[in-house]
Ligand binder design. Structure first.
Ligand SMILES: NC(=O)c1ccc[n+]([C@@H]2O[C@H](COP(=O)([O-])OP(=O)(O)OC[C@H]3O[C@@H](n4cnc5c(N)ncnc54)[C@H](OP(=O)(O)O)[C@@H]3O)[C@@H](O)[C@H]2O)c1
Length: 390
């Protein structure tokens, strides 16, 4: 597909354009009437900052329309007024896709309430991701399809297609960050777009943006974390006296574990998170196989009871550390931790990460009882970061 130049914020580009009103004439462009953004001067917010003097409407495409895709639509709807009033950002969902749905587009936008009711009437069907992005005239792609841990595909192809088509690419899927971080980041930079993935690790908790935006010139020496809910819940079941199978079944009934929980139990999901963090934050250049990985299969109630009697707890610990020779050594393994260790205290679906830096010896972030909205929020925050920086 032929690449097209990046779309720019119509408001700023038209600095000397028509439709400029009142006292803002010289300083603030107010009108955009390009195909992708209808500029609106809104008197009600004229007391607010420059950003609020014009509204640009972005066309959004979502690939993967499961739990996260739907939570994103619900959150966009809940925040719609705030995005317009505070950031001058409007949106319209012009593309939705999944394995079963195919590549659906609606040039005037899908009504969000209909999307949430799985009503796609009137949609046009594109042949493939390239035609879909073109028909939807996408400004931003949200990649929220299922993780394929071994390859990161087809999510990588979706993101590559979006960047080449001049759209930002935002992902909750870890695959692209793990298998193609450098390539996609370079491609985004070349196209003056952004490839962001805050929700890929610890849902929407700001980790990647924390280091990217607010900790300049810091040296990250390593991290340790408890980052997989399923194993955490299964270990708690064992501690309560269940067999391994009973505990897995309970985690499935609670909706924490997938119907096939193998990747969680064997530590693959945790290893994927370690690679994403190490490669992005420590430039480690790791592959999934570089992580020394041991899951929790075979652990017993007896082991958990014994640890508990000694005032300790078992957790599946993710870690990475820069060795003296400069290489990053990463592992995922069950560890018996003293209760004074912040990692030992995390319960249920909560997660925790502790960073060791040259400035802060231990910077700890805990995420308590995350919900789907937290993941959707990470996507929304990335979207705002992307469009406000372009
Ligand atoms: N759930 C969370 O709390 C959470 C948190 C952080 C990150 N994530 C990540 O976010 C992503 C979505 O999670 P989810 O919970 O929404 O999963 P989900 O409910 O299972 O939904 C996955 C969606 O992806 C679609 N899909 C799968 N393979 C596809 C393909 N090859 N092409 C197009 N669509 C495809 C599925 O389509 P069909 O249904 O039509 O098959 C489904 O709509 C995953 O990568 C996950 O790791 C999830």
């Amino acid at each position: 597909m032929a690449s097209r130049p990046p779309k720019r914020n119509g408001c700023r580009r038209r600095a000397t354009g028509s439709g400029i009103r009142g006292k803002f004439v010289a300083a603030y462009p107010l009108i955009s009437a390009s195909g992708t953004g209808a500029g609106i001067y809104n008197n009600r917010y004229s007391h607010l900052s420059l950003e609020n003097t014009c509204i640009r409407t972005y066309k959004l495409c979502i690939v993967g329309f499961g739990n996260v895709g739907r939570a994103l639509v619900a959150l966009l709807r809940r925040k719609e007024t705030e995005l317009r009033n505070r950031y001058g950002v409007g949106w319209r969902i012009t593309g939705v896709a999944s394995r079963r749905l195919g590549w659906l587009t609606a040039q005037d936008g899908f009504p969000p309430e209909k999307l949430l009711a799985a009503d796609f009437t009137g949609a046009h069907v594109a042949r493939d991701v390239h035609e879909w992005l073109r028909m939807a005239d996408a400004d931003t792609l949200f990649e929220v399809s299922s993780l394929q841990a071994a390859t990161g595909q087809p999510a990588i192809d979706h993101i590559r297609a979006a960047l080449e088509a001049g759209a930002h690419a935002i992902s909750a899927n870890k695959g692209p960050a793990v298998h193609a971080y450098r390539e996609l980041t370079d491609l985004a930079a070349a196209r003056e777009r952004r490839f962001l993935f805050e929700s890929a690790v610890m849902d929407g908790v700001p980790i990647f943006s924390l280091f990217r935006e607010t900790l300049p010139a810091i040296e990250l020496r390593g991290f340790r974390g408890v980052l997989n809910s399923t194993t955490n819940v299964v270990l708690e079941g064992l501690a309560a006296g269940m067999t391994f199978e009973e505990s897995v079944r309970q985690a499935q009934e609670l909706g924490v574990a997938e119907s096939d929980p193998t990747d969680d139990i064997e530590g693959v999901d945790a290893a994927v998170k370690v690679v994403a963090l190490a490669n992005v934050l420590m430039h480690a250049g790791l592959k999934l196989d570089d992580v020394n990985r041991q899951g929790i299969r075979g652990m017993t109630a007896e082991q958990l009871r014994e640890a508990s009697a000694s005032g300790e707890a078992w957790k599946l610990v993710c870690s990475a550390r820069r060795a003296k020779d400069g290489r990053v050594v990463a592992s995922v393994a069950p560890q018996r931790l003293k209760l004074s260790d912040p990692l030992a205290l995390v319960k249920g679906t909560s997660s925790v990460i502790s960073f060791e830096t040259d400035v802060f010896p231990e910077l700890i972030i805990t995420e308590q009882d995350p919900g789907l909205e937290a993941t959707a929020y990470g996507l929304l925050a990335d979207f705002l970061t992307a469009v406000r920086s372009s």
